[in-house]
Design a protein around this ligand. Structure first.
Ligand code: PAF
Length: 285
């Protein structure tokens, strides 16, 4: 059975018996509109912890002016079923007032320089909003582990950084991105795409794959091959294509790196990323 908690008090009541048994708690923070990628996060959490809490909360603090806060899909009944079917014991679905009782919080979590690049450059304040709500959820749920998707790779890196820098003692788990057959990364925002836009959106994962395939030939080749796919795509307005280290710094000469892309398809902003193994075979095709 999956219990629904709407308030802090209900959350404490729901978790009390689990805590009394001394079991571990796993948290999957979400904004609802759950899809197969979220289901995989819930299953991952269930493998790591005795009790899984899924939070469903569309966090106003991480949306900028003119972004999609009002039209963000809200599908509570279907979300509850996904949680139940994948082993969540508790769904925490608070109101905005419950999470931010006095309005916007006075004390927030500042993501530092990494919060201002890539997504943060286009969405100022976004990661401040994300880290602040994640810190609150950690305080409310007190999880042993928390599972995040790798699709928002920058978010995952920043949450890890917050947990390390602020000694939060939560095991942060990054789960692989789930993709449709054509490669499109599952995202709640895919619901905004019409069939033509959905076809255009496939260019993002195709570009990443082309870049990753060029990894042995080195960084310049990765960016050129991925960039060529995006340049040839119809209806894709590129925001950035970036090759970084796994921690989002400069890419290494050789070894593990990350290729990240963000683009607008129609009015929908999509992001995706892939691991790339960089080699130094300049002549590789
Ligand atoms: O990835 C998301 O859905 C959100 O950014 C999160 C982590 C639930 C915080 O609101």
């Amino acid at each position: 059975m999956t219990l629904v908690a709407r308030s802090r008090a209900e959350l404490d009541d729901a978790l009390r018996p689990h805590r009394a048994r001394g079991g571990t708690v796993g948290l999957v923070p979400t904004m609802g509109a759950l899809h197969g990628g979220h289901a995989a996060l819930v299953r991952e959490a269930a493998e790591r912890a005795g009790t899984v809490v899924v939070s469903l909360f569309v966090n106003p603090l991480q949306f900028g002016a003119g972004e999609d806060l009002d039209r963000y899909p809200r599908t509570f009944d279907a979300d509850l079923e996904v949680c139940r079917a994948n082993g969540a014991a508790v769904v925490f679905a608070p109101s905005v007032d419950e999470v931010y009782p006095g309005g916007d919080p006075q004390v927030t979590v500042e993501p530092g320089p990494l919060g201002g690049v890539l997504e943060g450059a286009t969405r100022p304040g976004h990661y401040r909003g994300v880290l602040t709500v994640v810190a609150k959820l950690f305080g409310l749920v007190r999880p042993d582990a928390a599972v995040f998707g790798q699709k928002d790779y920058q978010q995952l890196v920043l949450v890890r950084r917050m947990v390390d820098d602020l000694c939060m003692g939560v095991d942060v788990v990054g789960a692989a991105t789930v993709r449709e057959d054509g490669g499109l990364a599952l995202s709640s925002r895919n619901a905004y795409l019409d069939p033509g836009q959905r076809r255009s959106a496939l260019a993002l994962s195709r570009a990443l794959r082309a870049g990753a395939d060029a990894g042995p030939a080195g960084a310049a080749r990765v960016l050129a091959d991925a960039g060529a796919v995006l340049a040839a795509a119809d209806g894709v307005d590129l925001d950035y294509l970036a090759l970084t280290s796994p921690g989002l710094g400069d890419p290494p000469e050789a070894g593990e790196a990350r290729l990240l892309v963000a683009a607008r398809v129609g009015s929908t902003r999509l992001i995706d990323n892939l691991a790339v193994h960089l080699g130094t075979q300049e002549g590789h095709h």
